[in-house]
Design a binder for this molecule. Sequence first.
Ligand SMILES: [Cu+2]
Length: 553
Amino acid sequence: MRSKDGLLAVGLTEYNEKQKDGSVRYCYIYGNGVESPNLRLKPGDLVILKLRNDLSDADASAGAASPSHNHSKSDVPTPSDPCTSGVMKATSANLHFHGLTIPPLCHQDDVLNTSVQPADAPFEYRFRIPENEPPGLYWYHPHIHGFSKTQVLGGASGALIVEGIERANSDLAGLPERVLVIRDQDLLNPSSPPSKSEPIVPKMMIDRDGDSANNGTGFGKPAKDLSINYVPVPYPDYPPAVIKMKPGERQLWRVLNASAITYLNLAVLFNRAPQKLKIVALDGVPVSTSGASKDILAAQTHIGLPPGGRVEFVVDGPPAGVTGLFVTRAVDTGSGGENDPNRALATIVPSPDAAEPHSLLASAPEPMPTTALPWLGSVAPTHVRRLYFSEKLSDPNDPNSATTFFITVDGQNPTAFDPASGVPDMVVKQGDVEDWIIENRSTELHTFHIHQLHFMLLESSGVAVDEPFLRDTINVPYFNGRTLAYPSVRLRMDFRDPNTVGTFPYHCHLLEHEDNGMMGLIRVLPADAPATADPSSRASRTQDLSRKHPSER
Ligand SMILES: [Cu+2]
């Protein structure tokens, strides 16, 4: 769906339905059944999106394999103000516009209080794509605390494209482009043995989430199945989807990892040989506008993509007679993580009569105006903060007991996110630039994500990295029990944009971790707010802590 004359007006209905196999699928539906349309917008456009909630309680309707869609008795209408209700139920709906720097306010991009119930009238989102929003791939998904995993795993997600990437990188002018949305879902064939073509792997362990645990081999049963643009590629044989391209045709591929819990490590193979991916954008931001030469990522042959992450790269189609393969390689998620093995996603078939993708980039783009702000990497941070991911078993003697997940500002007590609290874990001022050192004290990989802004990776476990580009999601490596210090990332956080003013979350983007507590709140005060921090915040304690690191202030 494309904006017209500066406006995109669209109505979406979030709908769910129990399947014959017992799984529950979720979707955003437009009009007469179009599923989760790609929303295509230009900087400056106005979005008016009416969200209707047609969710029913899947558990309450268990066993009622009726094709009709009835709301259960537990959904007694409780009219309330969707801006303030804060009701977070299985049947609640809302939207997060992942990656966009739009205000964390109701009707725009607030997820802390905004919640639409099935009895509510269609709820209006109304916001403007900022003039300075980088052109690239963003996405929308539900963000109801406690139920994000269920809804996203069920399929509720869609792509949002800010048009004009060819204005940031003239090499892309005139290219056909395609949007590939990769989702995960519960296994279609959970009791099947691995394919005979795979090497023998140790007997599958089930982790405490009920998923196949990481066995460290790159093979075996995955924790979840994947689909690519709605085509499932299920375990154990992974029958790939088919992408037809004209032989040797050059295209821009925009890939979204809309999985709830699955890490990707994407590669394109021709005759089994990995191809260079020519990466042009990460997490919606063209690398050419990020202080980097546009060739900086041109030589990568695989790219890790955490849940929530996006990558855009140029693919030259295979020559006639050569079939390509789009795959995800294994991801080592740690001994506490899920199994994300090697598997195919799609074959790339060269065919002279292949249909052109629906979208072409402009052939004579006007260059993008230069940004007014200095490059983030050259701005000195005003503050350094330390945070850490950790996990706690409810019964330390039972590895299968329930786990609580935490992200904690160092010095504070680990507490699972409480949606009723509303008290920020830290307070900053608009205009600030800070460095955050985020440790992982658990034995599984986590993915740090913050709403409203992008950041830059400076160091990985204390070692400087040369990554002059921006992201909004990043993996924090797991602790293997053998290093003297916990693994960490050092991020330069950018609170300069006025649209960051307000209170919003940061969290792990593995949604079952987020749902089970791995989320915190930050409040960005207006630049002209009085110097004293909000006394209701827990941040006063972190300021004491920061004095322990005078060299970093
Ligand atoms: Cu996590």
